[in-house]
Design a protein around this ligand. Structure first.
Ligand code: GLN
Length: 246
């Protein structure tokens, strides 16, 4: 019997742009190829929280989407904080990355308090930061993606960025070359595009952390055909990464 792993897709209705849902598909597919049974739970506003949450994936959104979900996010803040402290792997992109910080001041002057899982704050400005992003991450090597945001994020002293912007892109704020953040097993990033199909190292980090936390050890059981499929997927991702580094 394949062992289940519960994936929470956070606010797919309102926080899901530039292909962010591809991240959920990637984790689901890779888990199945490793011989686990992925179960995806979409959690939108007022939806019940599932009994198990092994890995939590959240996407980006317009400022309006962020304003829509914010009260629901406050209602779940204690749950999310406890899970983060306990080592639950999470990937929060762009709009939800901003709201996992201390606050986001939008370009029209609204202030959205965040849930402070990541020590960072964000201030909107009227120039958008748009384009491909290539960064170097100590944990994951070269990481590629696509950014589109108006918010400039500044990390608190001592908060580790996910990576350093290489030759392309603006990153957290266009000023200090940092991109994203890493706190416990929580990753915040501006990389859409989708991130996970193109960066298997990050997918596998999230999967391994989820499985280890739930079952105490990562022991994939891939049939040969599944192993070949994983290798094929990783070759395609490798080609995308080569192309982005040119
Ligand atoms: N609305 C936020 C901003 O513009 C987030 C955008 C996004 O998630 N792509 O900064």
């Amino acid at each position: 019997m394949a062992r289940p792993i519960d994936i929470v897709s956070l606010y797919p209705k309102d926080m899901n742009i530039y292909g962010d849902s591809g991240n959920v598909l990637t984790i689901e597919r890779r888990l199945a190829l490793y011989g686990y049974e992925p179960r995806v739970h979409a959690v939108n506003q007022r939806d019940p929280w599932p009994d198990h949450a092994d890995v939590i994936l959240g996407g980006g959104g317009q400022d309006t989407g962020q304003k829509k979900i914010i009260d629901d996010l406050y209602a779940r803040a204690d749950t999310l904080r406890a899970l983060a402290d306990d080592g639950t792997p999470m990937l929060m992109i762009c709009g939800l990355y901003q709201l996992f910080g201390d606050y986001f001041e939008t370009v029209d002057g609204a202030r959205l308090e965040g849930i402070s899982i990541i020590g960072a704050h964000t201030v909107g400005r009227d120039v958008r930061m748009i384009g491909n992003l290539v960064e170097h991450s100590d944990d994951f090597g070269d990481v590629i993606g696509y950014e589109n945001h108006s918010g400039q994020t500044f990390l608190d002293a001592g908060v580790r960025p996910l990576g350093t912007v290489a030759h392309d892109g603006m990153g957290n704020n266009g000023e200090d070359h940092t991109e994203g953040a890493r706190v416990h097993n929580v990753i915040g990033t501006y990389m859409h595009g989708s991130l996970l199909p193109k960066n298997p190292a990050i997918s596998d980090f999230l999967i391994r952390a989820a499985v280890e936390r739930r079952y105490g050890g990562f022991r994939p059981e891939s049939a040969p055909a599944q192993g070949e499929e994983l290798a094929r997927i990783d070759r395609v991702a490798g080609r995308a990464r080569e192309a982005a580094r040119l």
